[in-house]
Design a protein around this ligand. Structure first.
Ligand code: SF4
Ligand code: SF4
Length: 339
């Protein structure tokens, strides 16, 4: 076994999260990413609020888990000030020929298609039906997700954790979203709040949010997003997130800290150099790291090779073993204390 359960990882300072990407709806790639990073020992996988994406990630996790391995938490990311946009399928059933074997109906994973057309409330825009209509009658239409429908989507997704992306000054929309999410909060393992920006604005904003979160029934974590100063690639990109962690650990409100945005293979060294993580029993200042672009880019050659061969990555051990080895090196997890 590679490391510890998610809640222990937060406490020990070795929490590792994979960010699949809020707009990443490549279901095959998400399944493969979830498989690789679950095998590598990640504690949380962060995906878009899309049931198809959540299902794809869960598929990869289930295929990857070794006997006795604690499953990573499935996190869904939301924005507080812009409604997530989705697409919906649409066609006019009056144009369908009577003898059509109706492959659209058969392929829809949520039975949203009937002889009357697409049930818009049920369709979540996965796009599968568009490709199978022999006459090309089905089109996609952009659709703005109302806040009330967001709750329905989350009920389908049943995430272990939620993340709210916010920015300094957005306390009103943050409060509105937090109020909407109230029915879900008691069921969550963690509520993450992702924010970045200049420390002079970020720290007072986090204190404002702390006042809202401290009374909630779920633990919260501050995800410090250093992305504005980075591109996820080189050695220098790790500094933005670490600088935020240093500032918030000294002047910010209580709560778990996790760095993100620009996190790469150099970040752990930087965190250790600044005394934000370290060996021993003492509670570290930083709970862990979230890997986005660096994690996806690292294993993309093996994902692409598996897709070219036509099956999920884990069905090709020659590719999968190398990808997992690369992912383990990136996560730089400590050995399991129980091993
Ligand atoms: S886009 Fe997906 S969910 Fe919507 S009708 Fe087509 S297959 Fe069903
Ligand atoms: S596959 Fe196309 S033509 Fe056939 S029922 Fe569906 S939308 Fe109509």
């Amino acid at each position: 076994m590679l490391c510890c359960a998610p809640e222990d990882a937060l406490r020990r300072g070795c929490w590792r999260k994979l960010i699949c990407g809020a707009s990443n709806q490549d279901l095959a790639a998400i399944t493969d990413l979830a498989w690789v990073y679950t095998r590598a020992g990640v504690h949380c996988i962060d995906v878009a609020p899309d049931p198809a994406v959540v299902a794809a990630a869960r598929q990869g996790i289930a295929a990857a888990l070794r006997p006795g391995q604690p499953p990573p938490w499935l996190m869904v990311s939301l924005n507080d000030d812009t409604d997530p946009h989705f697409r919906k399928a649409h066609f006019d059933p009056r144009h369908c020929p009577a003898g059509c074997p109706r492959p659209c109906e058969a392929t829809c994973p949520v039975a949203a298609i009937s002889p009357e057309g697409v049930a818009t409330a049920r369709c979540y825009g996965c796009g599968r039906c568009l490709a199978v209509c022999p006459l090309g009658l089905i089109e996609e239409r952009p659709w703005r997700l109302e806040r009330s429908q967001l709750l329905e989507i989350l009920e389908i997704c049943q995430p272990d954790a939620l993340e709210i992306h916010t920015r300094p000054g957005a306390v009103a929309p943050f409060t509105q979203l937090l109020t909407l999410l109230q029915p879900l909060l008691p069921r969550l393992r963690l509520l993450a709040v992702s924010a970045g920006g200049p420390l002079a604005q970020l720290i007072p904003y986090l204190w404002q949010l702390h006042g809202l979160l401290v009374t909630q029934s779920v633990s919260h974590l501050w995800q410090l997003d250093g992305r504005p100063m980075s591109g996820d690639l080189g050695r220098g990109t790790a500094h933005g997130a670490v600088a935020l962690a240093l500032g918030v650990s000294r002047h910010g409100p209580p709560g778990l800290l996790q760095v993100a945005g620009g996190v790469n293979r150099h970040t752990q060294t930087l965190l250790q150099r600044h005394g934000l993580v370290g060996p021993g029993e003492k509670a570290p200042a930083v709970a862990g790291m979230a890997f986005g672009g660096a994690a996806r880019q690292l294993v993309s050659p093996w994902l692409a090779a598996a897709q070219a061969r036509g099956r999920p990555l884990h069905q090709y051990p020659d590719l999968a073993d190398v990808a997992v080895g690369q992912a383990q090196a990136l996560l730089s997890l400590p050995a399991d204390p129980r091993a």
